[in-house]
Design a protein around this ligand. Structure first.
Ligand SMILES: *Cc1c(COP(=O)(O)O)cnc(C)c1O
Length: 398
């Protein structure tokens, strides 16, 4: 493999998302090579031995390392401004590994209550089985964080903006409280993407992504990533991944690598379209409230302006007439699809109460701010006026 000519001067994120991790093979290809291989061959028995005792740094097995996966990891680390990155087969594998790799029986975890359903399951149901205490707080209430983090805590987990209610949590403040409690702050940055929010720069220790969402951005494959310091990724996380095996397929890594090249362009369009859709929904009498961090009416709008570079592509709104009205609207849409995925080029709408958050008890959903009339829109890359027309027609449907 020949390295590309990387100038000594630092490159900006927009350049890095196109070029970081480019490690051309001896064929000098323009586009990144796809190495669909599980294993690697050694020139001699002694070389194989040296590869296993660590004296030789090279590819050994694709559960540990693969050139295409490594290119994706290097590129995402550069875009995020992280020392290191490890890719996983899905976002949930990333969340699970980022937490479990650093926890043991007797530890305590504090998390925000408003979480993606499966993240909530890992913390509330899975970790306690192994003797790890889980405490939930209202992520928007710093007094609750302060109280919960007045005791030694191994890890804190949160997502901001949260799914699906788009709550914004003060990352710098929670990072400081977490460090005082002796723990690591792990941030699920899926809704913001690396383009709009840099949790590590605000004091977080670890960032996780479902790369399935905006990083692929075209609804093609699953993937995940964990980013943080080289010490955390190499010494704490890597052995856990190596021996438990949630490895990303090289094919998916290649799709995600190409997805990163257009990430900022797509995220900017998602956000611009989401703003138009949110403003339109605010004018409609059928809509009780619209949740979008870019709206002045959002309870944490000022905080969102301070810690984010833009407000993302997800909009939630509550219909006055409840579930029946939500179903009527979904069934009447002609452009926007009904789907629980998000961050796709195609606009997608779902009813969190009966899909992504179905598993939770009604009281838990209400405590998270999810009502029966709530819909979540992942605003895509179509013409925003067509999306507004689609919603207007569906809202007016009998
Ligand atoms: C989708 C999602 C995940 C899980 O990612 P998968 O790739 O589906 O496993 C985790 N957190 C958030 C906020 C998500 O939106």
């Amino acid at each position: 493999m020949t390295d590309c000519d990387t100038p000594k001067r630092p490159l900006r994120p927009r350049t890095l998302q196109v070029r970081a991790g480019l490690n051309r093979s001896n064929f000098s290809e323009t586009s990144e090579a796809l190495f669909m291989t599980s294993g690697y061959v050694y020139g001699s028995a002694a070389e194989a031995e040296a590869s296993f005792d660590g004296s030789l740094d090279r590819m050994v097995y694709s559960r540990f390392k693969n050139p295409t996966v490594a290119a994706f990891e290097e590129r995402l680390a550069a875009v995020e401004g992280a020392e290191a990155c490890r890719a996983t087969a899905s976002g949930m594998a990333a969340v699970h590994a980022a937490l479990v790799c650093q926890l043991k029986a007797g530890d305590r975890v504090v998390a925000a209550r408003a979480l993606f359903g499966s993240c909530q399951w890992i913390i509330a149901d899975l970790l306690p089985r192994f003797g790890i205490e889980a405490v939930f707080v209202d992520g928007t209430d710093l007094a609750q964080w302060e109280a919960a983090l007045s005791q030694p805590t191994a890890a804190v987990f949160l997502e901001t903006p949260s799914n699906p209610t788009l709550e914004i949590i003060d990352l710098a403040a929670v990072a400081e409280l977490t460090h005082r409690a002796g723990g690591r702050l792990v941030v699920d940055n899926v809704f913001a993407t690396p383009v709009l929010q840099s949790p590590l720069a605000l004091g977080a220790d670890v960032v996780v992504y479902s790369a399935t969402k905006h990083i692929d951005g075209q609804g093609r494959c699953l993937g995940g990533a964990v980013l943080g310091s080289a010490a955390f990724c190499n010494d704490v996380l890597a052995p856990y991944l190596r021996h438990t095996g949630p490895a990303l397929s090289p094919f998916n890594a290649w799709l995600l690598l190409k997805g990163l090249e257009t990430l900022d362009l797509r995220v900017e369009r998602h956000a611009a379209n989401a703003m138009k859709v949110a403003r339109f929904l605010e004018t409609r009498p059928e809509v009780a409230r619209v949740l979008y961090p870019g709206l002045e009416s959002h309870p944490q709008h000022d905080l969102a302006k301070r810690q984010m570079k833009g407000f993302g592509g997800i909009v939630a709104f509550e219909l006055k007439q409840g579930k029946a009205a939500a179903y009527r609207l979904l069934d009447a849409l002609q452009v926007i699809d009904i789907s629980n995925n998000l961050g796709d080029a195609k606009s997608l709408a779902c009813h969190p109460w009966t899909t992504t958050h179905q598993r939770l008890a009604a009281e838990a959903k209400l405590a998270m701010g999810i009502g029966e009339g709530m819909l979540r829109l992942s605003v895509g890359l179509e013409d925003a006026d067509d999306l507004v027309d689609d919603l207007a027609a569906a809202l007016g449907a009998p």
